[in-house]
Design a protein around this ligand. Structure first.
Ligand code: AMP
Ligand code: MG
Length: 336
């Protein structure tokens, strides 16, 4: 009897010790902030191998930018493709094929071949301007006709690729793979407007007030792990002398900044590339025309309209919930 008591006590001790030790190891926390992809990246990782994971994520995001996706850095494949090279790596091929499909699914609202238009408007650069109608028409000619053929990209004359609408979400996907390879417990990875939530059951995320300052929120969503990306008309823009705002998300069918009654769109999806690309596409499409995309990509969204209504696709039994925190905004119904 006494032996049995000692045995139970010993087992309990080892179980307790294992819990304490594993908790100690798992609670290693490492953070880092750096610049990449023309934005701020911040990493906050918990896990025994958090230091290695953070180092790898940092070098992977920098590689993704400098070797693959940038259209301004001469070392990147996209830069080379835009300057005449046709052959691409398997890695870039995988990304471009996904985007080609998304272009089709969004009816052309998402458009990778938009670089000429982005450059013409120059929004967010010293060369910002309101271009002539003729220049705009020329810049949107054939932009959807670029093709991938095996490991070759074929660009029509005057068409160049711009992955500015997806790179940050793709970076979140790369980060997720590294976190899981290093068996990390929890992490928040923010790459500009795309944020990866990894590990916990629930996270609270503030949605920026599109009419307020950088750190001002107008709602808080509670979401499970996944990737959250926001596109808004406040990110990069200029105003003319009459106060008309020209922002950086273009409707490829007109060549002008999209005007679908929205101030911002936040998309929550498992894939970062999907959430980032969809937030841009849905900003162009507006609420109604976006709904089929959410079904196809298993995504959810929070729209903020120019009437200051906040409208979500969250169903009654879904895991996400929203709380409006600013009295200037009200919750609207997606069915109205
Ligand atoms: P985001 O902030 O993720 O919505 O991305 C906006 C950036 O994507 C812009 O600065 C452009 O470089 C590019 N872009 C603008 N309009 C589109 C569009 N309709 N489809 C794809 N990329 C776009
Ligand atoms: Mg985007």
């Amino acid at each position: 009897m006494k032996k049995k008591g000692i045995f139970i006590a010993a087992v309990a001790f080892f179980v307790l010790a294992a819990v304490v030790i594993s908790d100690f190891f798992y609670s290693h926390n490492t953070s880092a902030d750096f610049l990449a992809m023309n934005t701020t990246v911040s990493l906050d990782v918990t896990g025994f191998h958090s230091k290695e994971a953070v180092e790898r994520i940092k070098s992977e995001i920098i590689r993704l930018d400098e070797k693959l996706l940038s259209r301004t850095k001469h070392t990147a494949e996209i830069y080379s493709v835009n300057n005449g090279k046709t052959e691409i790596s398997d890695e870039l091929k995988g990304i471009l094929e996904y985007l080609k499909q998304l272009e089709k699914d969004s009816g052309g609202a998402f458009c990778t071949g938009i670089a000429q238009l982005t450059d013409l408007w120059g929004i967010g650069t010293e060369n910002k301007q309101l271009p002539d109608k003729e220049e705009i028409s020329a810049a949107i000619k054939n932009h959807e006709k670029w093709q991938i053929n095996d490991n070759n990209v074929i660009l029509p004359e005057n068409v160049k690729l711009d992955l500015g609408a997806v790179g940050k979400g793709t970076a979140c996907d790369y980060a997720k793979d590294i976190l899981s390879a290093h068996k990390c417990k929890e992490a928040v990875v923010a790459v500009g407007g795309s944020v990866l939530l990894y590990g916990s059951e629930k996270y609270q995320v503030g949605i920026r007030n599109p009419l307020g300052e950088v750190n001002e929120y107008c709602a808080i969503i509670e979401a499970a792990q996944g990737c959250i990306s926001t596109s808004g008309n406040y990110e990069r823009y200029f105003e003319d002398e009459n106060g008309n705002r020209y922002h950086h998300i273009f409707d490829p069918s007109t060549g002008y900044p999209a005007d679908s009654g929205l101030l911002s769109v936040t998309v929550i999806a498992e894939s970062g590339t999907a959430s980032d690309a969809l937030s841009t596409a849905c900003f162009v499409l507006g609420i109604e025309k976006s709904l089929a995309l959410f079904e196809k990509y298993n995504a959810d969204a929070v729209f903020i309209t120019t009437d200051k209504e906040i409208i979500t696709t969250f169903g009654e039994f879904e895991s996400e919930t929203i709380t409006v925190t600013n009295n200037n905004y009200s919750l609207g119904d997606i069915n109205e």
